[in-house]
Write a protein that binds this ligand. Sequence first.
Ligand code: ATP
Length: 247
Amino acid sequence: MSLLAVDDIDAYYGESHILRGLSMAVEEGEICALLGRNGAGKTTTLRSVAGARPPDVRDGTVTFRGDDITQMATEDIAIRGVGLVPEERRVFPNLTVEENLHLSEVSRNASNTAGRDVGDLPETRPLSELYEAFPRLDERQNQLAGTLSGGEQQMLAIARALRQAPDLLMLDEPYEGLAPQIIDDVEDAIERINDEGTTILLIEQNAAAAISIADQCYIIDQGQVVFDGEAEELREDEETRKRYLGV
Ligand code: ATP
């Protein structure tokens, strides 16, 4: 059984038909890259899974560990072990690094008051573990998040999502706007997280960087899967890369 399975979904924003019979699967333990040009439907696919500002999924199903999670509320999906780092790195600029990391606990309490059983929530990961994974954050515990560099803010956004110890971490364009050297650092962090057992679904415009760390790749174009295979295969398939990714 795949950890995450998106099966033949049709998703709409209003009457705009965005995803057309899209299917994909993420296997436990892997780094899966979802690639495609601007507007191909990558973020819409992710939102169809995670429920944050979701499109209307009228057909098909999304399952996580075999359970149907189609159009379930974001909090309920998070409780099941799906973490999301959205495109617009949500850090609180006027709070310190440490305070940002503590906010995951606040959302945990909010889930409790919303009538959810907090006992069902995954264990929160100790801050010490996160600082070990992100030494740059360790050095900047008391710095305001708004004064961090773009790469450091991305690491903080990832660390916040990891606080809930998700089994699957979905990252929407984590390299956007980052200098090549910083991309390398974020890449290293993603690989380390994966080595420690978190499955990764990575959405990226920077196809070359994503392919370099991925095990499995999907390319979508106009809301449909046009390539599905091992990253190795895509590395060698220049024609497909040129046609759908322009690289
Ligand atoms: P990018 O890399 O540019 O973020 P993407 O592959 O993630 O692109 P999506 O954001 O999924 O693409 O967008 C797919 C299509 O859906 C686009 O044509 C976009 O204009 C449209 N779309 C996205 N969000 C909405 C919305 N809230 N309402 C209406 N249309 C939307």
